[in-house]
Design a protein around this ligand. Structure first.
Ligand SMILES: Cc1cc2nc3c(=O)[nH]c(=O)nc-3n(C[C@H](O)[C@H](O)[C@H](O)COP(=O)(O)OP(=O)(O)OC[C@H]3O[C@@H](n4cnc5c(N)ncnc54)[C@H](O)[C@@H]3O)c2cc1C
Length: 414
């Protein structure tokens, strides 16, 4: 009988899981038709966002949806043509925005975020990659009175979960962002947040270490499974079948289709986002800076400054709308009073469940299938903690986090 664990998907989640399972002494085969990190994990903002304890499914965001439907430039938009397919997801999103549910989700995200950075430090140190991580904090800037009021309301939630932060006056914001030419209403500094200087390199380097330490990387898609009763015994690719003792589904947005094959429901949507790169030194930033009302992040990276963000729902499989990326350069012009040279543009699809919680745990009705998917805006942030949890579950060990709100079975009706 095989003792091999198959990890399906080599994005940041799959690669981190493969590393944690390997360190726990397991024989791991990692499947992906594309080079590790090629999809959503390549282009994120690199922010280890310890402050993101509130799910995006919540009343204030829900109230803004009608406005978003009418806009092409708002930070969050819905593509009309994708609306019919998106309607069941939006319905679940609306239900998840109930205050009681928001409280449960906030507690669940806080628990994951509580060790997210320590888990990354551990993984990167053990892999000899600590130089890719910078611990310089994260800054949020607000430009309007409404933005400031929202910042104040958020303080109660941060206090309740003991997230450390300092509030900054407009002049303190300028001290940290020399060159800012608009007057802000203030900001908030999260001293414990961090960032990586090259998200793709993080995944590619971890995958390299995985192979150097004896792991197997199969450059092929998983197309189907061999099943005996409630156990998966093999993984099929177009050219071969690989015997397995367990599998981890970590295939980003595509996990929805694999779940369908395994007869359970995981309503992942592709939440499109964009980035552009501008040359290092174009603006003076030392940490990820989020401009709250504009809905984008500016992160200093090894190969330039990354401007990333926006949410486009209903865009899955459709062509990118590059005007969504061009907005970032316009924002920088407005904020810093200078034109910037765009070096490259990118788009990617976040894997997002309607309650904005990841699915981490056992798949319903199957004894040896673990799920690690649906990490929405926090896949980089939560990869190492997710991997630690997956390795514990694979070993049959208890986990120090309440996994019930994260159950992959929560959308499944028999
Ligand atoms: C603009 C933007 C900015 C972001 N900023 C941040 C940030 O600052 N901080 C943060 O924490 N998160 C951020 N995110 C979110 C983060 O990037 C995602 O949550 C994360 O990349 C998801 O990782 P993943 O491994 O689940 O998916 P992916 O990276 O999409 O990887 C899935 C992999 O599975 C493979 N796959 C699919 N089907 C199969 C199959 N059948 N067989 C084998 N392999 C398969 C794919 O080829 C792919 O390589 C951002 C996202 C975007 C779009």
């Amino acid at each position: 009988v095989s003792q091999t664990i198959g990890v399906i998907g080599a994005g940041v989640i799959g690669v981190a899981c493969a590393r944690a399972l390997q360190r726990a002494g397991r024989d791991v085969v990692l499947f992906d038709p594309l080079p590790p990190g090629s999809c959503c994990s390549a282009g994120n903002a690199g922010h280890i966002a310890l402050d993101h304890i509130r799910p995006l499914a919540r009343p204030d965001i829900l109230a803004a949806v009608p406005r978003m439907l009418a806009s092409r430039t708002a930070p969050l938009i819905v593509r009309w043509r994708g609306l019919p397919a998106l309607t069941p997801w939006l319905t679940r999103f609306a239900l998840a925005a109930h205050p009681r549910q928001v409280g449960i989700a906030t507690a669940a995200l806080s628990a994951l975020l509580g060790t997210a950075l320590a888990d990354w430090q551990n993984e990167l140190e053990l892999s000899g990659l600590s130089s890719l991580l910078r611990q310089q904090g994260g800054l949020n800037v607000v430009e309007t009175r409404q933005g400031l009021a929202a910042l104040r309301r958020e303080a109660n939630v941060l206090d309740a979960q003991a997230v450390p932060y300092w509030d900054l006056s407009p002049s303190q914001v300028v001290e940290r962002l020399p060159g800012l030419s608009v007057s802000s209403q203030g900001g908030r500094l999260f001293p414990q947040s961090a960032h990586v200087v090259d998200p793709l390199q993080v995944v590619a380097s971890l995958a390299k270490r995985f192979v150097a330490d004896g792991g197997t990387l199969i450059p092929a898609p998983v197309t189907d499974f061999e099943q005996q009763d409630t156990r998966i015994t093999g993984v099929n690719t177009p050219n071969a079948t690989y015997p397995v003792s367990a599998i981890v589904l970590a295939s980003g947005v595509a996990t929805a289709g694999l779940a369908r094959r395994l007869r359970f429901h995981l309503p992942l949507t592709a939440e499109r986002g964009y980035h552009v790169m501008i040359p290092s030194g174009s603006i003076g930033v030392e940490m990820p800076v989020t401009f709250n009302e504009r809905g984008f992040v500016v992160t200093p990276m090894a190969k330039g400054i990354r401007l990333a963000g926006t949410v486009e729902l209903g865009a899955g499989q459709r062509h990118p709308d590059w005007s969504r990326a061009d907005i970032f350069a316009a924002h920088v012009r407005a904020l810093f009073g200078k034109s910037v040279n765009v070096l490259s543009r990118w788009h990617g699809d976040r894997p997002t469940l309607p309650d904005y919680l990841p699915a981490i745990g056992h798949a319903p009705g199957l004894t040896n299938v673990l799920v690690a998917a649906g990490h929405q805006h926090l896949g980089l942030t939560l990869a190492a903690v997710t991997a630690r949890i997956v390795a514990s579950l694979a070993a049959g060990r208890a986990v120090d986090i309440d996994l019930r709100p994260l159950s992959p079975a929560r959308f499944h009706r028999r």
